[in-house]
Each structure stands twice: as C-alpha cells, then as structure tokens.
Ligand binder design. Structure first.
Ligand code: SF4
Length: 211
C-alpha cells in the first residue's frame, strides 16, 4: 500500500467514524474565528469558546475591537494564557483588518499570513473552514497521528508535515480530514496515554510507528 492509498483509505474510514467532525471553536463570523484561533494557542478550544463570549459581547465588531484598549483585551483573554501577547496580536490584527481589508477577513492565504498572530496553521484553518478552500491544518494531533500512521516519516515540523500531506491528501479532503484527526486524536489515538489501537478503526492499515 502506498502512502497515498493509505491516506485515501484512512480518510474514508474516518469519515464514517466521525461524519460530523468540524471545527471545535464556535464562531458565526470569520473575524471571530480569527480571534479564537489566536487564543487557542496552548489553550483548550472549550475554554476559548467561553472566554470569547465576554470579549465579543463587549466588542461586537472589528471596529470596536480595533479601538479597544489592549490592556482591557488582555484582562478579558488572560484565562486563555499568554494574555499579553495574544491581546497585542488581536489588537494589531483587528486594526489591520479595519485599515487594510475593509473590515473583512481576506480570502487568500498570502494576505492571511500578513495578519499579526496568524501563522500557517491559522491561515489554513480559515481557508478551509471559512472559505471552503483546500487546507491542511497541522496541529499537534495531525502531526502525532500522521507520523504514527506512517503517512509522514518522522517529521515534526508543522510546515514540513503540511507539505508532505499535500502530496498524498486530495485538496478538497484536507480540511475535514484534519478536523477528524483532532477527534480521533482526542478519543482514540491519544497523546497522554498509549493509543487505543485495540479499538481503532484504522488498526489494520496503520503502521503504528513508535507505538
Ligand atoms: S492503530 Fe493505534 S496508532 Fe494507529 S491510528 Fe489507531 S490508535 Fe493510533
């Protein structure tokens, strides 16, 4: 079985296992997802979803958040950790959206990467979830699972994992595949315990590297 064949089979099986998998950050507008993604660094999505309620209630638009005192943003987002740098990034990002993008989130990767606090992972998430475009989100689950599965070979650097996956994952499948890896990584192919290979739907085709 080639890597590509294994990837396609894994994609199909995970579709059946997690048919409704999607982004676990709550949002109803693209700019809000941008904020939540920044807050989610080293924080759980569940906590981010709670914290942003207060933030968006007080600052309900891009303009309002761009005008907000960065110290006030920091006070609100502190429970997510790294409050100071996250608040600075969010403030600068909203200002750039207001001043250079007409208060809209840009729909192309290169412009997204210009936004303060936005890296490849976040830009890919926005491309896939907001704009329905090809995307590969290489978070901690994606990196751990794709290595164990033998889809990539001992690669830990997010950008290199992303580039390797682009070669074997159909572009239109990438975004949802990565969401399903998150679900599978939390429930079965876990990080803090040994993975539960005995009840994994991929057990017969996974290479179980390092397991
Ligand atoms: S078989 Fe084991 S290592 Fe492979 S994906 Fe399933 S739980 Fe993870």
């Amino acid at each position: 079985m080639t890597k590509k064949q294994r990837a396609l089979e894994i994609i199909e099986r995970l579709k059946k296992e997690y048919p409704d998998a999607d982004c676990t950050l709550d949002y109803d507008q693209a700019w809000k997802l941008l904020v939540s993604v920044r807050l989610a660094a080293q924080c759980t999505d569940a906590r981010v979803n709670v914290v942003v309620e207060g933030l968006f209630e007080k600052y309900p638009t891009v303009n309002a958040l761009a005008d907000a005192d960065v110290n006030d943003i920091e006070a609100i987002v502190r429970p997510c950790g790294l409050g100071r740098s996250k608040a600075r990034d969010i403030s600068a990002c909203m200002k750039m959206l207001r001043d250079e993008f007409g208060e809209n989130v840009p729909d192309n990767f290169d412009d997204l990467m210009k936004l303060p606090g936005v890296g490849r992972k976040s830009a890919n998430l926005i491309m896939g979830d907001v704009f329905g475009k090809p995307a590969i989100v290489t978070d901690t689950h994606c990196i751990r699972l794709t290595n164990r599965m033998g889809l990539v070979d001992g690669i830990k650097e997010p950008k290199k994992v992303e580039m390797a996956l682009w070669k074997i994952v159909p572009p239109e499948e990438g975004s949802n595949f990565c969401h399903r890896l998150v679900y599978h990584g939390r429930e079965v192919c876990t990080a803090r315990t040994s993975p539960y290979c005995d009840r994994c739907c991929l057990a017969d085709i996974c290479k179980k590297v390092g397991v």
